[in-house]
Design a protein around this ligand. Structure first.
Ligand SMILES: Nc1ncnc2c1ncn2[C@@H]1O[C@H](COP(=O)(O)OP(=O)(O)OP(=O)(O)O)[C@@H](O)[C@H]1O
Length: 236
């Protein structure tokens, strides 16, 4: 039996599996994942290298499709969306932050943040104003015309966060966002995530750093392709 989505449930995975095939040999990476995430939760995903964290994140982010199981995003079955509906959903509902920032090197901070608005309805001037405000909100008002190569890792990651937020997505997904940062920049970035959580965003964060995971209120531990622990509250 599959009940419908709860009112505030934004994500429900039921029996999700993901395998790769090397020749005819099946390599199971996610075996059976059941996971429900409610609006406004801040969830860390942890687990040893190779446990399937990035694979799970790519499925959650609609960047990859599962081999089996059901994924309801805002109550809609993701498997029923075609590729362009999936791309649209991704662009509107989810903001992504990656370990390696993924900024376009030939565009300024400002133009990197403007980029995701290109398919929206705003005029050029409004897009620019909105991007400037977003960069100011992550403490980069004095860096808007800098190129990525002219910024520190922490500054680049803050540009990437501004870009992730520019279409006002309800969900932020971050895969090792502090993996390339020193402890000072890590703190700056995590304080931004905390603020976003306070504003009501749903945040899903893959990390292997306990200090980083500690910012989240719930901790999902993956081992060998399944959830071995789901801890609500502080880490033991
Ligand atoms: N395209 C692929 N083809 C075959 N196997 C893959 C592919 N992508 C990932 N895998 C395998 O899936 C497993 C899980 O990978 P994944 O990147 O999700 O792990 P992870 O928990 O994020 O690890 P890490 O902490 O090292 O980033 C690994 O054993 C990996 O070799």
């Amino acid at each position: 039996m599959m009940a419908g989505a709860d009112k505030n449930e934004v994500i429900r995975l039921s029996g999700i599996g993901k395998s790769y095939y090397i020749g005819k040999e099946e390599v199971p990476v996610l075996t059976h994942i059941d996971l429900s995430i409610r609006e406004g939760e801040f969830v860390s995903i942890m687990g040893p290298s190779g446990a399937g964290k990035s694979t799970l994140m790519n499925i959650l982010g609609c960047l990859d499709r599962p081999t089996r199981g059901s994924y309801l995003l805002d109550g809609k079955e993701v498997a029923n969306l075609n590729d362009s509906e999936l791309a649209y959903t991704r662009n509107r509902k989810i903001g992504f932050v990656f370990q390696s920032f993924n900024l376009l090197p030939r565009l300024s901070a400002l133009d990197n943040v403007i980029l995701p608005m290109i398919y929206g309805s705003l005029f050029k001037k409004e897009r620019k104003e909105r991007a400037v405000k977003m960069l100011e909100s992550v403490g980069l008002g004095d860096r808007i015309n800098h190129m990525p190569a002219e910024m520190s890792g922490g500054q680049r990651q803050r540009v990437a966060i501004a870009r992730a937020l520019i279409n006002d997505p309800a969900i932020i997904m971050a895969d090792e966002p502090t993996g390339n940062l020193d402890s000072h920049s890590t703190r700056e970035v995590m304080e931004i995530f905390s603020k976003l959580y306070e504003q009501g965003k749903t945040i899903i964060l893959v990390t292997h750093e306990i200090d980083v995971a500690a910012y989240a209120g719930r901790h999902v531990i993956l081992s060998d392709g399944h959830i071995s622990k789901d801890i609500r509250g502080p880490l033991p």
